[in-house]
Design a protein around this ligand. Structure first.
Ligand code: PRP
Ligand code: ZN
Length: 285
């Protein structure tokens, strides 16, 4: 039987959300999760729990068929894999940070300095692009402590909330790249595996769309309907239900969540009342 092998991060920023995404797709994993892998009960996939840094190579070699991991790792490892889908979670940036009391003068600040990082390839590309000669100190973890123990003058590391930098007396001075969780895939998947991947992606997109959109219900005088539809461009053809009160109706539609927040005041000025915004669980376009 054909099974799609999915590699996810074993421990770290992406682990929980990667598993959650698959569960939201209706895929059930047995509770007795072994440390290395688990098979889904109701969908032909198998989960492999790996170090994120190893995932690109394993996908290239087809130890795993696809992998869920940060773009940052994919760009750094630069393996021969397909980039399949951006997932919109685990947003972060790869940045240069320096001790907070120092004054940053631009990339030239790094000239002849020592920079600690787990991202030597991306950092060296950045330095080259800016014609900077600097020493790269490659370390695999706890990069943020390097300046404090005299190992480096600066770091190039992942920043998410910024709290790691803060607690280590560092400040972010330059963003080199922005990153989010993505799916990568082996380039030679069999037809059967491609089919499983296609149905998995169908589910993932339904979950993703649902998160970005909300179901909205509001009451408005019939005379205001046209204006309200113009305020919410996503509201192309809303359902309109008459209310018992004459001249009033209830309007139902789907809107982008951010669009809604930007326009809430305009909506109320246009006469909308009793506005309800409801989460959507799955959305198939
Ligand atoms: C990164 C980075 C910091 C932390 C920053 O680790 O190395 O330790 O996240 O997050 P914060 O700004 O919210 O404090 P990541 O999980 O990317 O790395 P790993 O896979 O190498 O553990
Ligand atoms: Zn890692």
């Amino acid at each position: 039987m054909n099974v799609l092998k999915i590699a996810i991060q074993k421990n770290g920023r992406l682990s929980e959300n990667s598993k959650k995404l698959l569960e939201e797709c209706g895929i059930k994993f047995s509770n007795g999760i072994s440390v290395l892998k688990t098979t889904a009960q109701n969908f032909p996939v198998e989960l492999l729990f790996l170090r994120d840094d190893d995932i690109p190579q394993y996908v290239e070699q087809q130890v795993a068929d696809i992998g869920i991991l940060g773009e940052n790792v994919v760009f750094e490892k630069n393996k021969d894999v397909n980039i399949i889908e951006q997932l919109g979670f685990a947003g972060c940036r790869l940045s240069i940070a320096i001790p907070k009391e120092e004054t940053y003068t631009g990339p030239g600040y790094l000239m002849n300095k020592k920079v600690a990082t787990s991202y030597p390839k991306i950092l060296s590309d950045f330095l080259k692009k800016n014609n900077i000669t600097a020493e790269i100190e490659e370390i695999s973890g706890s990069v943020e402590i390097a300046p404090g123990i005299g190992l480096a003058d600066a770091v190039c590391d992942i920043v998410s909330s910024g709290s790691t930098l803060l607690t280590n007396g560092l400040k972010e001075v330059e963003t080199i790249l922005k990153s989010q969780a993505i799916i990568i895939g082996n380039k030679n998947l069999s037809k059967a595996k491609q089919d499983i991947l296609a149905s998995l992606l169908f589910r993932i997109r339904a979950v993703k769309n649902a998160k970005e959109n909300k179901y909205i219900l509001l009451n408005a005088p019939e005379s205001a309907v046209e204006k309200i539809c113009a305020i919410l461009p996503g509201m192309k053809s809303p359902t309109i239900v008459p209310l018992v009160e004459k001249g009033w109706c209830s309007l139902h539609s789907v809107v982008k969540e951010d669009e809604f927040w930007e326009r809430i005041n305009q909506l109320r000025e246009a006469g909308a009342e009793g506005i309800l915004v409801i989460p959507i669980e799955k959305m198939i376009l």
